[in-house]
Design a protein around this ligand. Structure first.
Ligand SMILES: [Zn+2]
Ligand SMILES: [Zn+2]
Length: 519
């Protein structure tokens, strides 16, 4: 607490923004080394200053990336981003939200109450990216019913603009990006066209707009090439709405545009639309949760940064970093126990997680218990004969009672078996068994996926989950044996940093190995 208007908020969920990566690269000189990053998140008010009237301890709140005093000249014009004692300060000039607690100045006008029963994760998207895409892209771009829109850049901000542009029912929303996966996501999110940048994108946009170009060209990248592309595709009378954070100058082709009645807009998000966006999320008019691709605990924040910064290979959009409750505390206790030379003490039930695969499938994952034998037997009946043969190294049709007992009566310390359930389905759809050696330095993992749930990214998410579990126990090396034929599995393990080597005893197998670095 530094001022009577401050509140201390215990963060439950936060995320990483592209801007945080800019800071790490040194692009944001106002942010000094040692600063705690993060300007997005939700949490619970822990303490309030004497001047705070709108919130009290225990209140569930959404943190705006923009701090607003509500009194200065700019705030009174609705330009909170330029508040003389606020603006974008969180995770920039003051410590931010990628922490257990954060101090929020001007709390009354910089926090928003979260309605009861609201989905916290979806609301994390309202701290920054949804208002940014909407205010800087859609509102500034004057998107209207029947109008034509191109969004250049299908990252989280471009996709946020895509989601919120649909409030206005434009006739065309064309998404332009370099990445096939992001373009596929954009199509799922409602883009009418998705164009890969390959030299033909201007021609193709002209084709779909009758040679005119688009009424709104939304720039959501922040490099000269994309800003120049917007100048090539904007129709007479149209708007170039810049959203991207630019680090270098870009050319402005006034020799061509001077007579085209166009507008160019720039803006820092003010988050004035946050209350409105909250209502649209509450009413299920938009689902910003779709932007979340990965989840991590606060202890795995370096993994989270790694995944987020390698978005092209990890297919990351937004990553949720959970700091709440049992998981974080258990991981901490476990770390302390290990430091004291005792084995891990993480209670097994703390490892129940909801995971979302890259295809958007929600998996409820929990450790096995002794009542799971029958459902597990049923599960293995749905696994392909090839997978079954491989898993149990022999031609079996039915998994025996003894084997099922070994898979259900685990000690939850050196051995764990995670069961995955799909949303809305009672039966098990995948399992991940992990067995550590007694010293907890090495672990072996075996994943099985029911035939009808293959190729949905299930194994990939489960492997990540198991790697986190093993790392939290202090395991240094994670190994998996794969059939040489199973290219898909080997490929996904490579993506997660596993190295494949020949398996000495059997030429049809490969040994996949990853060194885990702390937790
Ligand atoms: Zn941001
Ligand atoms: Zn102000």
């Amino acid at each position: 607490m530094q001022a009577p208007g401050d509140a201390i908020v215990r963060i439950t969920k936060t995320t990483i923004c592209g801007t945080d990566l800019h800071i790490l690269k040194g692009d944001v000189p106002t942010c000094e080394p040692g600063r705690i990053l993060g300007h997005e998140g939700v949490g619970i008010v822990e303490e309030v200053g004497t001047a705070v009237g709108a919130f009290k301890p225990g209140d569930h709140v959404l943190i705006s990336c923009i701090t607003s005093c509500a009194r200065c000249e700019y705030c009174r014009r609705g330009m909170y981003s330029h508040c003389t004692t606020g603006g974008w300060i969180l995770g920039n000039t003051i410590d931010g939200t990628q922490a257990e607690y954060v101090r929020i100045p001007h709390a009354d006008t910089s926090l928003y109450p979260i309605p009861q029963g609201a989905d916290e994760e979806a609301l994390v998207m309202l701290s920054d990216i949804l208002p940014t895409g909407f205010e800087c892209g859609v509102l500034n771009g004057k998107v209207q019913p029947g109008s034509t829109v191109a969004i250049v850049g299908a990252g989280p901000i471009g996709l946020a603009a895509l989601l919120t542009a649909q409030f206005y029912s434009p006739a065309i929303i064309a998404m332009v990006d370099l990445d096939d996966n992001r373009l596929a996501v954009a199509k799922r999110f409602g883009a009418t066209h998705a164009f890969k940048v390959d030299g033909s994108e201007v021609k193709r946009i002209m084709e779909i707009t009758g040679g005119k170009g688009v009424d709104a060209a939304i720039e959501a990248v922040g490099v000269p090439a994309t800003f120049e592309l917007c100048q090539q595709i904007v129709a007479p009378g149209g708007v170039i709405a810049n959203v991207g954070v630019h680090g270098v100058k870009a050319d402005l082709h006034l020799e061509r545009l001077w007579s085209h009645n166009i507008s160019i807009t720039t803006r820092l998000v003010d988050t004035v639309t946050t209350p409105m966006l909250l209502k649209t999320v509450q009413a299920n008019r938009i689902d910003p949760k779709k932007l979340i691709t990965h989840r991590f605990g606060l202890g795995q924040i370096l993994d989270a940064y790694d995944t987020f910064s390698r978005a092209a290979s990890t297919k990351a959009l937004k990553v949720i970093v959970e700091t709440d409750g049992e998981k974080a505390r258990a991981a901490q206790t476990d770390g302390e126990a290990r430091a004291a030379g005792r084995p891990g003490t993480t209670p097994a039930d703390d490892w129940s997680y909801d995971l979302v695969t890259r295809t958007g499938l929600v998996l409820h994952v929990r450790p096995v218990n002794s009542q799971d034998e029958a459902p597990l037997a049923e599960f293995f009946r749905g696994v392909t004969p090839e997978d079954l043969r491989f898993r149990f190294l022999g031609g079996i049709r039915e998994v025996s009672h003894d084997r099922l007992v070994a898979m259900t009566q685990v000690d939850h310390t050196s051995t764990e078996n995670f069961l995955a359930f799909a949303d809305g389905e009672k039966a098990i759809v995948a399992t991940a068994m992990v067995a550590c050696d007694p010293s907890l330095t090495m672990a072996e993992v075996a994943i099985s996926v029911r035939a009808d749930y293959k190729h949905k990214g299930v194994a990939w998410e489960l492997l990540r989950h198991v790697a986190r579990f093993a790392a939290a126990k202090g395991v240094e090396v994670l190994e998996s044996i794969e059939s040489r034929e199973n290219h898909e599995a080997i490929e996904l393990e490579r993506e997660q940093g596993f190295v494949a080597t020949a398996y000495e005893d059997d030429p049809t197998l490969v040994l996949i190995r990853k060194e885990l670095h702390g937790s």
